[in-house]
Design a protein around this ligand. Sequence first.
Ligand code: G3H
Length: 250
Amino acid sequence: MARKFLVGGNWKMNGSSQLVSQLVKALNEGSWSSNVECVIAPPAPYLASVRSGVREAVGVAAQNVWVDPKGAFTGEISTEMLKDLNIGWVIIGHSERRSIYGESDELVGKKVAAAVKAGLKVIACCGESESERDADKTTEVVFRQIKAIADQLSPKDWANIVIAYEPVWAIGTGKVATPQQAQEVHKDIRNWLAKNVSSDVADATRILYGGSVSAKSSPDLQKEKDIDGFLVGGASLKDKEFLEILNSRQ
Ligand SMILES: O=C[C@H](O)COP(=O)(O)O
């Protein structure tokens, strides 16, 4: 099955009104293949203005969401609020959420389930640390993280899930995984889905690579069979480079 290539831009906790306007303008004026879907994830304070400013074809994602629909959860954002603002996507389980804010596999699974139940599309992140890779635990870690998500979902929910494989050692380090390293893990994830969810879900689910993706590395990475797109951090804050990455896929 043909999986539409997806390029996500995770702005993390970066930007200002001025930079947000510049990036939105670039995406409104720029062009890329209709075979490529673009989703940007601005920091929460800019979600509404980005959604109303950027063209409809560009998806907008929150970088996090809470599991309860409303209530006394100071500092949190609900799925209902995202829907109210017409935000269609959310990134869940980013390694920075896991390591800095202590999000467990179980919480990540619950967040993914709450988001999908609310009608949001999810970019669900997984990935091993450097020491886990060195100890040959890459698949053990990634499968454990994905299982915690899969345990909370029914097969039909997977239509709204995109997986982002982001090796922690490659995030923000300039140390991008080689196309072969990324492809190997993507293939393992797809095989895990085939075995544990269904072959249809394995065929249809997009698996993005994230970790120091740049205009230089994207052309070779996108050639790999099981790489269905990117989740770009630092380079998504550079308008020209992000457009180049979008255009690395024709
Ligand atoms: O969500 C994006 C990833 O954390 C990658 O970030 P990076 O491209 O700055 O390495």
